[in-house]
Design a protein around this ligand. Structure first.
Ligand code: SAH
Ligand code: SF4
Ligand code: F3S
Length: 486
């Protein structure tokens, strides 16, 4: 069931002798080759190599998708340029989960349009979740006509083909699918970090939380074949990766729709067996599907990190029902107790929305109550943002902005106070750190991450990058540590 809105294929007049493969991913490898020849000609004309810059908005899924775009761009022959204004091909991989993300894209697009006037080789591509909203594409067609390429979340695997189509025509190429049941494996990927990687285990979401646009822009839930997941992780490990982050909007419902159904807990057990892999993370867990089996696996695992991100959204059962979250405050608190018992010292983090339609001061107090009871190591707090097309957007009693902002401020104070206290308990301990990069502000320090996801800065050099080292946590700085290698 693939649905296409629009795509005009440019016929292959230049190379009639060549057969265009119909199977994926071979078809995309063919288009990579064809785009490479076009790019070579363009570079010759320009008298220099042409460059690209991919800017990512939104979540880890988008970050992983961007790595796929970069993988293809590099095979086509583009050279990476970190400064957007200097690049010949700028791609925005967009997010639409909250309205402010959209506004940022329009703002920056205006600037890009001006840069494009000065650079005859410049192309602009837009993809990601925002492009799945018809009103966005309408606005782009009308007011941002300088954009060269627009595609969505379901056909990102076709990037090489779409790029090629644009290179062979003078018109904007727009290809958006409403949904797909297809998963294309084995396309090129260029990782941002050599030693850690995201791994998609599923796409889409079926939960339809009433405030959330994701199910509309990412489509129905599809799990990847466990064998393909394991094969990818084995390849990553043989390429130097020691930590993977398994990605899905609701990893706890992994495998339910596979031909041979399997649970997320069982997948984790299989991932654990991959030799050479040191750390396993995953995101995101929905409380309604978090099973006892998963808690048990986490309790016995050597590799699963001591961190669970478990979004609560609201502490009020009444609001949770209106959000269509399918759990109560009490159920959530029970889960937290079980997890803490099975994995002592585990770090818990969450997402909270403030100002959902109908939220009263009493509802908000319930949220504060959960925050005080669970004592999150950190929490992402969001002001409710109305997304058109979602059930919550047309609910009565939208909360006035000043009331929502006032609650947001009080929540943030509480969350920050507690997370500083929760962070401080590790002082003096020695823990394993995966070293990620040089510290941005102090070149004598390296930055790494604990199993519980806390950041630690400590004296060291670049040779440590990607290694697991033992570090004493000397000084707590609220939400990170200064440490020393032991
Ligand atoms: N699948 C994940 C969430 C993905 S979106 C889950 O269910 O936990 C990341 C976070 O954005 C959500 O957890 C929620 O807190 C927030 N969010 C989503 N839609 C929102 C909206 N309309 N307004 C404000 N925050 C929102
Ligand atoms: Fe959105 Fe809910 Fe799906 Fe998460 S589980 S992506 S919040 S609909
Ligand atoms: Fe945003 Fe799409 Fe992720 S809307 S949060 S980038 S799934």
């Amino acid at each position: 069931m693939e649905m296409k809105d629009s795509l005009k294929y440019i016929s292959d007049a230049n190379r009639p002798e060549e057969e265009v493969p119909t199977e994926e991913p071979q078809r995309q490898y063919y288009f990579i080759g064809r785009a490479r020849r076009h790019l070579e000609e363009m570079s010759k004309k320009a008298g220099r190599p042409l460059t690209f810059c991919v800017t990512t908005f939104g979540c880890q899924m988008n970050a992983r998708d961007s790595e796929k775009l970069v993988g293809i761009l590099e095979q086509v022959g583009y050279v990476e340029e970190s400064e957007e204004e200097k690049a010949d091909f700028v791609i925005y991989n967009t997010c639409t989960v909250r309205e402010n993300a959209n506004q940022r894209v329009y703002g920056r697009l205006g600037q890009l349009g001006r840069a494009k006037k000065k650079n005859p080789y410049m192309m602009i591509g837009l993809c990601g979740c925002m492009m799945q909203e018809p009103h966005v594409v309408e606005k782009l067609k009308k007011s941002y006509r300088f954009v060269d390429l627009i595609f969505g979340t379901h056909n990102i695997y076709k990037f090489a083909e779409l790029l090629c189509t644009r290179m062979e025509s003078e018109r904007t190429v727009i290809d958006i699918w409403k949904d797909t049941d297809k998963i294309v494996e084995d396309l090129p990927v260029e990782r941002k970090y050599p030693f850690k990687s995201g791994v998609n285990i599923m796409f889409g979401c079926n939960n339809f939380c009433s405030y959330c646009i994701v199910p509309y822009v990412r489509g129905r839930e599809r799990s990847r074949d466990p064998k393909a997941v394991i094969r990818e992780i084995e390849r990553l490990v043989s390429d130097g990766v020691v930590e993977v982050m398994l990605l899905g909007q609701n990893v706890n419902s992994y495998g339910k729709n596979l031909e041979e159904p399997m649970t997320f807990a069982r997948l984790l057990k299989e991932v654990e067996q991959v030799e050479g892999l040191k750390r396993i993370r995953f995101m995101t867990s929905h409380p309604k599907d978090l099973s006892d089996e998963l808690i048990e696996v986490m309790g016995h695992s050597e590799k699963i990190c001591r961190h669970l991100h478990l979004p609560i959204q609201s502490g009020s059962t009444r609001i949770l029902r209106k959000m269509n979250r399918q759990y109560t405050k009490e159920h959530y608190l029970e889960l937290v107790e079980k997890i803490r018992e099975a994995v002592p010292g585990i770090s818990l983090t969450t997402d909270i929305i403030v100002g959902f339609p109908g939220e009263t001061e009493e509802d908000f107090q319930e949220t504060l109550d959960v925050v005080r009871k669970v004592r999150y190591d950190s929490a992402f707090t969001f002001l409710y943002s109305k997304r058109s097309g979602t059930p919550a957007a047309v609910m009565e009693d939208q909360v006035p902005e000043d009331a929502a902002k006032d609650r947001f401020g009080r929540l943030l104070d509480e969350v920050q106070k507690i997370s500083a206290e929760a962070c401080a308990v590790h002082k003096g301990s020695v823990q394993e750190v995966l070293v990620e990069c040089r510290n941005e502000h102090d070149a004598s320090l390296m930055t790494g991450r604990l199993s519980n996801n806390l950041l630690v800065h400590f004296p060291g050099d670049m040779s440590l990058t990607g290694r697991l080292v033992r570090v004493r946590l000397d000084e707590c700085k609220g939400f990170y540590y200064i440490g020393s290698q032991v």
